[in-house]
Structures are given as C-alpha cells and as structure tokens.
Ligand binder design. Structure first.
Ligand SMILES: [Fe+2]
Ligand SMILES: [Fe+2]
Length: 281
C-alpha cells in the first residue's frame, strides 16, 4: 500500500470517527456574524440527517450485489457508520438551533413528507442509489471547497470542527456509492437520471431551508446577498459561487462518460485535515 493510492484503490481502509462537539455557545449568526453564510450552512445542516439516512438505505438495499467483494463491503459498512455519525451529530445541532430561537419542526415535517414519504416511495431503488451517488459527488465538491478555501476560519469553532470533520469524511468515502452503483447497473442513462434527480432535490430543498432561516432572522432583503462578497474579501479567498462552482462544475464533471470520483483531486486536503485533527488518515 502506498501513500499515492486513493481510498478507492485501497478499498477496505475507510475509518469512521465519532468526535463530540459542544454547540452550547454557538450564536445565531455563527458564521462571521453574517446571515447568509450562516443560514446557507444551517439550511444544509437541516437536510443532512434525513438525507444521510436515505443514502444508507439506498446503498443497503443493494448490499447483496457486492457481497463477493469483501473490501468494498467493508467500506460500505464504514460508510454507513460515517453517515450515521454525521446524521446524529447534525441532529444534535438541531437542539442548538431551537435554543437560538429558530422554529425548525414545521420545515422538517414538510421535508420528511415530501422527500421521504412522497418522492422516495414513488421512485425505484436503482434511482435512489443513482441519486445517492450524485449527491455524494456534490457533497465531495462542497467538502473540497470547505477544506481548500479555509472559508470556515470565520465560523464559530464548534461549527468549523463539525463541518471540517464531516467534509473530510465525505471525501474519504466519496466513491463508495458510485462504485456500488457501477456494480448494480453501470448504465449512463441511469447515472444521468440520478444526477438530474439529485440536482433538483438538493437545489430545491437547500434553497427552501435557507430562505426559511433568513425569513426567521429578518434577513430576506437584497443587502443579505452582498454578505457572500464580504466573506470572500475578508478571507481573501478566490471568487466562488455555489451555483457555478458546486452545481454547474459538478454537473459538467459528472456528465463525462468516463467520470469517476477519484478524478477529483481532493484526497490530499482530506488526509491533511484528518492527520491534523485525529492524528492519522
Ligand atoms: Fe455525511
Ligand atoms: Fe456522504
């Protein structure tokens, strides 16, 4: 085994970690005192627990298909545990959000009914897996941005540690669902249908959750949009946008016929963070 091997090439090496975070001192606008960056992250936080349990259900449905590949199966099981820890820890942050005065239960009920009691029930297991593979691609791109740009330097330390741990593990397991999908059904059309499904659902639910928080924080006005520019200028990071650099760049890469998550060169960032925070990768 060499350091150059990707996590996918040395299958069987994914390692779940279960750090604890104390959210008790997190203020309402924990991201540099700014409403939009805070609520973009809060919005994503609200989607994670149910979304990650959906990812686990989607892959587990096809576990038998990869039973003849013990290394991939070991990584699939580590993927369940990583996503389970992420879901649990983001859910613990729900209590802090309520403590900060936000009403989130109405949104969570609507999201559960529409996404998991509605859309999930009327779509096929193959579509769930294809959507999961595409959503994992988007989360890996978001993770790369978080680790590379040091954007989270402006965040409250507990939130920074939560998001960087999650980001690094997303990169660590970024190819697991994709490799299971390839074994289950390598059809390009199915992969593209999953990409479409993932883009529409992630974009729609994330925007809805962010708007819900902004409305409750009296920040639904044009001045709020300028805050993203302020973060970039404060931190001196390169100009990035979620629509262009996450969704559009992610779609273009994923739509290549020969795409594989390992082509995204971001493992070094994740390894460096895991080494720094946990002492080993
Ligand atoms: Fe996760
Ligand atoms: Fe993930």
């Amino acid at each position: 085994m060499t350091q150059q091997q990707t996590w996918s090439e040395r299958r069987g090496g994914i390692q779940p970690r279960a750090p604890r975070f104390d959210f008790s001192g997190v203020p309402r606008r924990w991201f540099g005192g700014l409403a939009l960056p805070t609520h973009l992250a809060n919005g994503a936080n609200l989607l994670f627990p149910m979304g990650e349990r959906f990812f686990v259900r989607s892959v587990r449905h096809f576990e038998k298909v990869i039973a003849d590949d013990p290394a991939l199966l070991a990584d699939v099981k580590a993927f369940y545990r990583q996503e389970g820890h992420h879901a649990g820890m983001h859910e613990r942050y729900f209590e802090a959000l309520e403590g900060q005065g936000f009403e989130i239960q109405g949104f969570l009920r609507w999201y559960r009914r529409l996404a998991y009691e509605g859309i999930e029930r009327v779509t096929t297991p193959e579509m769930h897996l294809a959507a999961t593979a595409a959503l994992e691609h988007f989360t890996a791109i978001l993770a790369e941005g978080a680790l590379e740009q040091r954007l989270l330097d402006a965040a409250h330390p507990a939130m920074r540690e939560l998001l960087l741990w999650h980001a690094a593990e997303e990169i660590e397991h970024k190819s697991v669902a994709f490799d299971v999908l390839k074994r289950v059904n390598p059809s390009y059309a199915l992969r593209m249908a999953g990409l479409f499904f993932a883009t529409v659902t992630l974009g729609g639910f994330w925007a809805a959750a962010t708007l819900m928080f902004l409305a409750q924080d009296d920040a639904l006005h044009p001045g709020t949009l300028r805050e993203l520019k302020q973060v970039r200028e404060t931190k001196g990071v390169q100009d990035r946008s979620i629509v262009r650099d996450v969704f559009w760049a992610g779609i273009k890469a994923y739509a290549r016929r020969d795409f594989h998550p390992n082509q995204m060169d971001n493992e070094g960032l994740a390894r460096a963070y895991l080494e720094e925070a946990f002492g080993a990768s």
